[in-house]
Design a protein around this ligand. Structure first.
Ligand SMILES: [Fe+2]
Length: 301
C-alpha cells in the first residue's frame, strides 16, 4: 500500500504554446495534453484559468496537481481509507482520488501506468576492466528523459507536511536538513528522494522544481548543452549533488519553477539509515557551475 513514484505533474500555464515547445524541446513526447518520458510518466499542460484545475498556491504559471502512482486498486483503496477524515477527497482523473495537501498543493493518487524500461548496459572502461572494446563512448545530441524522478516544494510548515506524507501516505525519510528540509521517498525501495520539502523563507508555499531522470552523466551534459543551445536559461548546473550523489543540470521553466535533468542517483532500501546534515553549499554540491557550459566543437559522429 505504498506510493510507487511520480506519475504525472499537471501545470496551469499562461502560454500553452510556449509551455508545449519547452517540454517538447526538453525531450518529452507530445500526446494530446500530455508530454511523456520513456516510461509514460510526464507532464500535463492546461491553461491557467481552466476551471477543472485545483487552486494554485501562487500566482502565474505553476504546478496545479501532483499525481502519485500506486501499485494497484487495492493500494489505492487502502490509501483512500487512510485519508478519510484527514482531508477532503475528490474524484481524480482515471478512477483515482484527489485532495489538497497541508501546504495547499493539489495532489492525486492513481493506479500507475508506467511502463518498465528496457535495461541498457552502460559500458565504462576502468583501469581494472575494459568493458567497451572497439566502440566509442556515448554522445547525446538531445536528451530523452526516461522518467519523472522527483518534485521539490517549498512549504510554510515543514513538520505538518512531512507528517501528512509520512504518517498518512506512507512516505519514508531518507535524509534531513534539521528544521530546513527533508528528503522523502514513497516506499522503502526507491530513489533517494521522490519528494523534497524545503522550509519556505516567506511563509508561503511555492513550487521549486521537477526532475527527470536521463540515462547517464553524458546525457546530462549532452542533453543540457542541446537544450541551452535552443536558448533556454540555466538555473544552475551542471554539477554533482553530495546528497543522493547524482549529476544535475537545472533550467528555468516558463511553466513555473525549474526543471532538472539528473543521472545516477542513490537508490535506497529498508537498510538505509537516514542522516542529518546542515543545509550548506558543501552538502548541496561537490561542484557546480553557475551558468551552464559552452559547446566546444561538436559531436562528429
Ligand atoms: Fe532535484
Amino acid at each position: 500500500m505504498s506510493v510507487v513514484g511520480l506519475e504525472r505533474v499537471v501545470y496551469g500555464v499562461e502560454d500553452l504554446v510556449l509551455a508545449r515547445r519547452f517540454f517538447a524541446e526538453w525531450g518529452l513526447w507530445p500526446e494530446g495534453d500530455l508530454l511523456r518520458a520513456g516510461d509514460g510518466t510526464g507532464v500535463e499542460l492546461r491553461a491557467k484559468d481552466d476551471p477543472a484545475l485545483p487552486a494554485a498556491v501562487e500566482p502565474g504559471s505553476t504546478v496545479r496537481e501532483i499525481v502519485w502512482g500506486v501499485e494497484n486498486r487495492a493500494a489505492l483503496d487502502g490509501l483512500a481509507a487512510r485519508l478519510e477524515g484527514k482531508t477532503t477527497l475528490r474524484r481524480g482523473s482515471g478512477g483515482g482520488i484527489a485532495f489538497t495537501d497541508p501546504a495547499g498543493f493539489g495532489v492525486a493518487l492513481a493506479e500507475t501506468e508506467r511502463r518498465p524500461l528496457a535495461a541498457v548496459e552502460i559500458a565504462v572502461n576502468t583501469p581494472e576492466r575494459r568493458a567497451r572494446l572497439d566502440r566509442v563512448g556515448a554522445f547525446y545530441r538531445q536528451a530523452a528523459p526516461r522518467r519523472l524522478g522527483h518534485v521539490v516544494l517549498q512549504v510554510p510548515d515543514i513538520a505538518a507536511v512531512e507528517g501528512f506524507y509520512c504518517d498518512v501516505l506512507g512516505f519514508r525519510v531518507s535524509d534531513r536538513y534539521p528544521g530546513r528540509g527533508v528528503f522523502l521517498r514513497g516506499r522503502a525501495e526507491a530513489d533517494h528522494h521522490q519528494l523534497f520539502l524545503l522550509q519556505s523563507a516567506d511563509g508561503a508555499a511555492h513550487f521549486h522544481h521537477l526532475a527527470f531522470e536521463v540515462h547517464d552523466v553524458h546525457e546530462v551534459f549532452g542533453g543540457g548543452l542541446a537544450f541551452a543551445k535552443r536558448g533556454w536559461e540555466t538555473h544552475i548546473g551542471p554539477g554533482r549533488h553530495v546528497i543522493s550523489s547524482c549529476y544535475f543540470w537545472y533550467f528555468r521553466s516558463p511553466c513555473g519553477g525549474s526543471v532538472e535533468y539528473f543521472a545516477d542517483m542513490d537508490s535506497l532500501t529498508d537498510a538505509w539509515q537516514p542522516r542529518e546534515m546542515p543545509q550548506s553549499p558543501e552538502w548541496f554540491a561537490e561542484w557546480a557551475l553557475a551558468d551552464g557550459i559552452r559547446q566546444y566543437g561538436g559531436v562528429q559522429q
